[in-house]
Design a protein around this ligand. Structure first.
Ligand code: MRU
Length: 355
């Protein structure tokens, strides 16, 4: 049984608790976040990671900032806005962080217009954060339902990084597709890329799938091409941190290489992501900001140093897969095949009509 990635404990005076993903798979422990700085650090230092989980964490973080911010309604609203301005700087690439904070800020400002008592304001703000949390779980299940038919009986599938339950509130995006296919009785093997430099595939995806009873085999990143050449892989499913209006998709570094390999071997390459991962302010992938992380992530492997301590390093945390290499995007509202700006626009127009 998979654990909840994060949980709110108590009422408006409660705390956010997160699985400390830096400690997995050795230890499954929750850490409390009681103030804006603790939420900021948890996101920045990857105690919590994965685009949807970052968004939900930030939503609770916005509430915490407001709650800790003063005794009058005015001060509380001011603290909410300032908290959002701080938290938005925690990581640059996953758009869900910006989306969730914008939603909390807009909700807070609108609610404050009716001049409610501070307690009422806080309780409504917490309810909004919990709504974002609940919607996240629901969208994961929806992605699973839309994506499961793409997993064929007795096939092998590849995933990169962790777009699993741990990267969301529960159930995942790419891995939701596998969980749902398994629930539907299909038999298949998952190959998990270990995902250098900090091994989300080895530490998180392998642990998560094994815990859930999915047949999973861990491979090094540089084995993916050979696995494809030998016919072991018949589909690739990965997550996304941000999808531009034309379908270009930022995801964990190495995703682009996997997409190129899949293209060469005529293997379908799927992105699984909620509609909150689309960023229509960005026309194409070149505009997506790519986080660069500290050099020591590359100079080490786990706790061991693998290079000279001052080795010059370049450490981009994400890359962008052009839309032309993407067979389909599996969302919580349906599947967008061979995405283009036009198809995505039409899909969203229809999704908006349906909701
Ligand atoms: O740096 P991380 O671990 O936050 O990167 C995570 C990924 O790239 C995931 O694939 C992405 O956020 C999708 S999670 C459902």
């Amino acid at each position: 049984m998979l654990p909840e990635t994060l949980r709110w404990v108590g009422g408006t005076d409660g705390d956010l608790e997160l699985i400390d993903q830096r400690k997995l798979p050795a230890e499954l422990v929750y850490i409390p976040c009681r103030n804006t700085q603790e939420v900021f650090d948890a996101i920045k230092d990857l105690a919590v990671r994965g685009a949807p989980a970052i968004g939900v964490t930030a939503a609770y973080g916005a509430f915490i900032a407001a709650r800790n911010g003063g005794t009058s309604l005015n001060d509380t609203v001011k603290a909410l806005v300032e908290g959002c301005e701080t938290l938005v700087k925690a990581r640059p690439t996953a758009v869900n962080l910006f989306w969730a904070l914008e939603r909390m800020k807009t909700f807070g400002l609108k609610t404050a217009e009716t001049k409610p008592a501070r307690d009422t304001f806080l309780s409504e703000l917490l309810t909004e954060a919990k709504r974002i949390h609940d919607e996240d779980v629901a969208m994961c299940h929806a992605i699973g339902r839309f994506g499961a038919p793409l997993i064929k009986e007795n096939s092998g599938v590849l995933t990169h990084c962790n777009a699993g339950s741990l990267a969301t509130s529960f159930f995942g995006t790419a891995l939701a597709v596998f969980y749902e296919a398994k629930n539907q009785g299909r038999h298949f093997k998952v190959y998990a890329d270990e995902t250098r430099p900090i091994l989300q595939g080895a530490r998180l995806t392998h642990w998560e799938l094994a815990t859930a009873g999915v047949d999973v085999t861990l491979i090094c990143d540089n084995m993916a091409g050979y696995a494809m050449q030998l016919g072991k892989i018949s589909a690739v499913v990965v997550g996304a941190d941000r999808i531009a209006a034309n379908g270009d998709t930022a995801n964990k570094i190495g995703t682009y290489s996997v997409a190129v390999l899949a293209h060469e071997h005529h293997i379908p390459f799927y992105i699984a992501a909620p509609i909150s991962t689309f960023d229509f302010s960005i026309a194409g992938g070149k505009e997506i900001p790519i986080e660069e992380r500290k050099a020591d992530e590359v100079r080490t492997f786990g706790q061991s140093r693998t290079s000279l301590p001052d080795a010059k390093v370049w450490n981009p945390a994400f890359d962008v897969t052009p839309a032309r290499l993407i067979t389909a995007i599996i969302t919580d509202r349906g599947v967008i095949e061979e995405p283009t700006t036009e198809k995505i626009k039409t899909f969203f127009a229809q999704a908006r009509k349906g909701s």
